[in-house]
Design a binder for this molecule. Structure first.
Ligand SMILES: [Fe+2]
Ligand SMILES: [Fe+2]
Length: 278
């Protein structure tokens, strides 16, 4: 999509990204929309929020084939195929995250929120698009590409479950799912550090380090706006979080938790430990 057919309102931008099936085109449009938004903000102007109805499901490419998580083949992480499978799975998560961030912008645009809320999610969507591009490049260096392997179906479930619950969306998506990313990324980075002479593996280390650093902010935005809404509704944030995660998230949270990065993102231990597996 060229610069001149970027929509004029933020909600329409979101819907345009959500309804673009090709992954690279989706990410390019996402980045172009974010650039437009921030250029207007820097100029002291604003892209109007507007109203547009997001689709129930975002458009996605024909490949990868989506399978039930139980049917996705397991591969050994110590092999080149295993490393490709890990990056492919993370690329799939990143593409889903692009759609999730644009979805929260369009879906809850009837909620009066400060402009900083939109800044945070546009920035997050832009970063997820960059993350997807980085991982796609690594996959291509490894002789593969996004779409070459089957991927998890059901990634959109959290969005569907919280389609009418704004606080539930913030609790489950950034504060549970993206926080989980902080827990698992360090050990993933170690896997790619091992093949030292492998340029593609080293590129993956660099990409995963960018992702790890930026994901802390996405979790922090979730926590910030969740606490903001609790304050506005005069609710206890911890109790509200527990209630909403129990309502919308299927299963217990899995330790070990990255307590340091979770703390940096504004999620204290008494938020997640009571929801964890015993
Ligand atoms: Fe990401
Ligand atoms: Fe993220």
């Amino acid at each position: 999509m060229t610069a001149h057919n970027i929509p004029e309102t933020l909600s329409e931008m979101a819907v345009a990204v959500l309804t673009t099936p090709n992954a690279k085109e989706k990410c390019a449009l996402s980045r172009a929309c974010a650039a437009q938004w921030f250029a207007a903000r820097a100029a002291g102007a604003a892209v109007p929020l507007g109203r547009a109805i997001p689709p129930d499901h975002p458009a996605r490419p024909a490949d990868p084939v989506l399978l039930d998580p139980r049917d996705v083949p397991k591969r050994k992480p110590g092999t080149p195929e295993g490393r490709i499978a890990i990056l492919h799975a993370v690329a799939h998560i990143e593409l889903n995250a692009v759609d999730l961030h644009w979805d929260i912008i369009a879906r809850f645009s009837d909620m009066p929120m400060p402009m900083g809320f939109y800044d945070d999610w546009v920035k997050s969507a832009d970063e997820e698009s960059k993350h997807f591009n980085l991982l796609s490049e690594c996959l291509e260096m490894m002789g593969s590409h996004y779409g070459a392997l089957p991927a998890h179906a059901g990634m959109w479930r959290a969005a569907q479950d919280t389609a009418t619950d704004f606080m539930g969306r913030l609790a489950v998506v950034p504060m549970v799912l993206e926080a989980r990313g902080l827990d698992v990324t360090p050990s993933m980075i170690e896997i790619f550090k091992r093949p030292k002479e492998d340029g593609a593996a080293q590129a993956a280390v660099a990409a995963l380090n960018v992702i790890y650093a930026e994901e802390v902010h996405h979790v922090a935005y979730g926590s910030k706006w969740f606490h903001f809404l609790c304050g506005r509704e005069n609710m206890d944030p911890k109790d509200a979080f527990h209630t909403l995660v129990r309502r919308y998230f299927h299963g217990a949270l899995k330790p070990p938790f990255n307590e340091e990065k979770r703390a940096e993102a504004g999620i204290p231990p008494d938020f997640y430990w009571p929801l964890s597996e015993k």
